[in-house]
Design a protein around this ligand. Structure first.
Ligand code: ZN
Length: 88
C-alpha cells in the first residue's frame, strides 16, 4: 500500500546535455554546461523541468518553454554550435 512504483514505467529522457526521470523528478546535467554561457544552463534546466510536466515534445511542452524563456530557440542554436569537451 502506498507504493506506486511500477517496473517498466521508469524512463529517462537523455540528451547530451542532461537527463530527466519524470517518475522520480530527478534531473541530471552534464557538468560541461558549467563552462558554457549561463543562459545555456538555464535553457537545459528549463527543458528538463518541462519534461516533468510534459513527457514528450508536445505543443504544450514548447508552450512551457515559450512562457518561461521566450528566446530558448536562440540559446539552443548557440548550444548546438558550441563544442562539447566531453568527447575527448
Ligand atoms: Zn527534451
Amino acid at each position: 500500500m502506498g507504493s506506486r512504483r511500477s517496473a517498466g514505467s521508469y524512463n529517462a529522457f537523455k540528451t547530451k546535455w542532461g537527463s530527466c526521470h519524470p517518475d522520480s523528478g530527478n534531473i541530471r546535467l552534464n557538468t560541461d554546461l558549467a563552462k558554457k554561457p549561463p543562459e545555456c544552463l538555464e535553457y537545459i534546466v528549463l527543458h528538463e523541468l518541462a519534461h516533468l510536466r510534459e513527457r514528450t515534445h508536445t505543443n504544450s511542452f514548447y508552450q512551457l518553454l515559450n512562457n518561461h524563456l521566450p528566446q530558448w530557440r536562440d540559446i539552443r542554436h548557440l548550444l548546438n554550435s558550441l563544442p562539447l569537451s566531453d568527447s575527448f
